[in-house]
Design a binder for this molecule. Sequence first.
Ligand code: NAP
Ligand code: HSE
Length: 446
Amino acid sequence: MAAPLRIALAGLGTVGAGVIRLLEANGALIARRAGRPIAITVVSARDRAKDRGVDLSGFAWEDDLTLLAERADVDVVVELVGGADGPALSLARRTLAAGKGLVTANKAMVAHHGMELAATAEAARDGRGAPFRFEAAVAGGIPVIKGLREGAAANSLARIYGILNGTCNYILSTMEDTGRDFAEVLKEAQALGYAEADPAFDIEGIDAAHKLAILAAIGFGAGVDFTSVDIAGITRIRAADIAQAAALGYVIRLIGLADCQGRGADGAARLFQRVQPCLVPRDHPLAAVDGPTNAVVAEGDFSGRLLFQGPGAGDGPTASAVVADLIDIARGDTGPPFSVPVAELEPLARADPGDRRNRTYLRFAVADRPGVLAEITAAMRDAGVSIESLIQQGRPDAGGEDGAPAEVLVAMVTHEAPERAVAHALDLLRGSPSLAEPPLVMRLLE
Ligand code: NAP
Ligand code: HSE
């Protein structure tokens, strides 16, 4: 058998320890499939003394993780530290500049610096290139990057959408099933190892946006454009929204959606990218996606609708994706990280969301007094938005003290309307003393 592929492992947390366990458990099988053993030679983390539940005695230790890049006993660096910048980025840059392979699960870094790193990888070793892979950065254990880059490579894709954050999906589906509180379920997701070091990245939709920008780049052959993702998270969703969605025949899921319209001879293609909580019809395949599971739908012109589904977070699934990349590298499977060379990725302009037509769920927290409902419906009428259904629900936990009117929740679903018109209706209501907080806006996934 050929010489081992020698690995430096930076980061020994949830995913790093998972990679060690996986290579221990399946090392022989992996060596047969890769044609050579995959052997960790050196590891690095912050705290050498920490018990990680794995045996590190067979590996060298490096205090300064950036030195892993230049070690003579390393062919590929696996970066599992996290953070878009800082030590992870220094390590990634030095690794590729040194002509070594880089595997990472770090979607923040790939979303912000993926183009630069891919260009360095392509230019490495006097233009022969160094492997740079990041399957684990999107949708945990699901081989969706491989699926788009290889399995769907013959297609022009029109739309990619799905559930891209395990923590948010765990929170929303658990709240729906058990009626439990947001904060309590978030703590549980953190304890299970699903959440980012700073869980605001999960619940504010940023992590899903990192992943969406990476998928859009691969799927549409465009440069990664994280800054043009329109992002809303799940922090404002209340039990009452989940109940009202259920009464209307929907579940709430955080959906990332990207489409590329107008691609054709005139070269006026526009890229639309959005992450936001959506109402998903109960009979849609994404409505049945529960817990930390992720699912991605890709619509190809010849393949039709492809659905990739599986565990989206946690040590085992993420380690599975990391080691799959290592097996590809051990087999000598390199090639451009984003399917086509960086210089050939198209810089697509950002699509104007105002032109999009949707049915929209709007939820208002309002003072329970005469005329408030009329004020809201008048704004909708003046903006040319027609209302399909409307529910008013009391809020037993708020208002009513000191003679102030109690707050109630008014939720409505509009008929299909341009987003520009809905935004105009909300502008007309901006600053109204009747509204206790800005309206919550969620689109219906059709
Ligand atoms: P984690 O449990 O917080 O582990 C991070 C590791 O990095 C720790 O071992 C930590 O060392 C080490 N580290 C942090 N700063 C360091 C520094 N300056 N120098 C050396 N080591 C440092 O994180 P994780 O959940 O494994 O995630 C790792 C990466 O995978 C992130 O990019 C994350 O977004 C991504 N990811 C995670 C999942 C998941 O389900 N958890 C799924 C997909 C992708 P100490 O242990 O000594 O503190
Ligand atoms: N925090 C991420 C999630 C980890 O919950 O989806 C997987 O990328």
